[in-house]
Write a protein that binds this ligand. Structure first.
Ligand code: 2PG
Length: 204
């Protein structure tokens, strides 16, 4: 028997569209982002997924994404656990800055290091390693026991908070996770075995 884990990055946010570092700032979805979230819900419904348990972050763009998925799944009676431990990586002093302006100021290479290195945090913010240090204990304590009990769990969260979980589940190296991008609204689906480890990655 296996549990099913569905990870969904939020749809395009207003600050994704404006090309701003977002982190813990709290923009909502754009019209495109709303469409992406609805599309995810429709895809999951068409594939027959009916999650038992729902998690999201403390940020609006992820919560709104989950609400839209639930609407498409036509699920109204639901308990949602919202935790800031699933929040996006904190971008610190870069939050709110334009990514192109940051490249012009600090150089392409430095900005890439801040964005995609494993353990170099942006000034005043979190590295992916720092993010994993809060997401993974939460995942292990709150989500893995449900998966071991054969539940289907949906987590609507963020590019980097989900990358930290994907890295652990797929046992990726820091070099491999650097290159892994999660598209807005694109679900990643895993079957997780009774040992809590990856049994199978499922295409949708
Ligand atoms: O701004 C952010 O919080 C993230 C996700 O959009 O950006 P990046 O792709 O640089 O990790």
């Amino acid at each position: 028997m296996t549990g099913t884990l569905i990870l969904v990055r939020h749809g395009q946010s207003d600050w994704n569209l404006k090309n701003l570092f977002t982190g813990w700032r709290n923009p909502d979805l754009t019209e495109q982002g709303i469409g992406e979230a609805r599309h995810t819900g429709k895809q999951l419904k068409a594939a027959g997924y009916v999650p038992d348990v729902y998690f999201t972050s403390a940020l609006r763009r992820a919560q709104h994404t989950l609400d839209l998925i639930l609407e498409e799944l036509e699920i109204t009676e639901v308990t949602i656990t919202r935790s800031k431990l699933l929040n996006e990586r904190d971008y610190g002093d870069l939050s709110g800055l334009n990514k192109d302006d940051a490249r012009a100021k600090w150089g392409e290479e430095q900005v890439l290091i801040w964005r995609r290195s494993f353990d170099v945090p942006p000034p005043g913010g979190e590295s992916l390693k720092d993010t994993a240090a809060r997401t993974l204990p939460y995942y292990d304590a709150e989500i893995v026991p449900l998966l071991k009990a054969d539940k289907t769990v949906l987590v609507a969260a963020h590019g980097n908070s989900l990358r930290s979980i994907v890295m652990a589940i797929e046992n990726l190296t820091p070099e491999q996770i650097l290159k892994r991008e999660l598209a807005t609204g694109e679900p990643v689906i895993y079957k997780i075995g009774a040992d809590g480890k990856l049994a199978e990655k499922v295409a949708i």
